[in-house]
Design a protein around this ligand. Sequence first.
Ligand code: PHE
Length: 331
Amino acid sequence: MDVQSLEEEAQDAIAAAVSAEELDAVRVQYLGRNAALPQALREVRDKETGRALNEARRRLSDGIDAQREALESEELERRLSEEVVDITLPGAGRPRGHLHLITQIRREIEDIFLGLGYEVVDGREVETTYYNFTALNMPTWHPARSPLASLYLDDDTVLRTETSPAQIHTMEQRRPPIYMVSLGRVYRRDTPDATHVPIFHQVEGLAVDEGITLADLKGTLRHVMRALFGEDREIRFRTHYFPFTEPSIEPDVSCFLCDGAGCNVCRQSGWIEMGGAGLVDPKLYEPVNYDPERVSGFAFGLGLERIAMLRHGLPDLRQLWENDLRLLHQF
Ligand code: PHE
């Protein structure tokens, strides 16, 4: 056997190996159990040849180790340069939710009234016809009692059509002085369009105390409208009719966009309608045993969707129900 040429051939094969697998194959081929060199070593009888073979085997084994290390460090270099983490890149943001626009406005209004010393009380979305209509002085023939206008669960139970029943519950449960607001959903049998949805939100306010007048109502609404729409807002009252207030009025706020000059939002009038209000009709005091000679009160109801629409120039109320994140993210 020509040890020298065998060794040269093996060293070339080692140098040519480009992976751990190839290198392994080379090792098996030249140093494995049945390879020529180890075989020869087992059969050798003279010292000279034995040493020569042994040294050749050691050099090949060293060569394989060296090549393995070279391949490993090459691989490490490659990974370091390819799999590098750029710590200057911005992290992957976690998407985060936020409160719905109506909830934001609801909380804002609650805060305004808490600042005035009002209580925030819960109402009921499912009401008896007594609380939703009768106790609010609505005659049996009132059109709001019709199942065409309101959503009945049975003959005596209705999804509340306004937050006003909270006035009755509150007066039943406590005595004057009362300063409360109650906010929540109301339901009406309306066909949805740009300015109507069958479920919307109101804030109900009720103040009952000694010596309450329309001036207190006006000052309170002015304060709220200034907090919502800016310091320069003014309030005006138009006479109206509600069964549970006497006198009844509809409050207008001076237009926050044109400041009264006239624009599209206020339909060139300079004023924007905000809801309903008035002095509590003394008829409501009878069933709750309040003395109309001693106490008087005001009540008001405002629509939260209307406030949202005005403030943000929303063209269509239905958008608030569509859960299109492109819209909701803006608030
Ligand atoms: N509940 C009335 C409505 O929904 C608004 C209102 C509330 C009017 C309180 C007067 C007093 O139209």
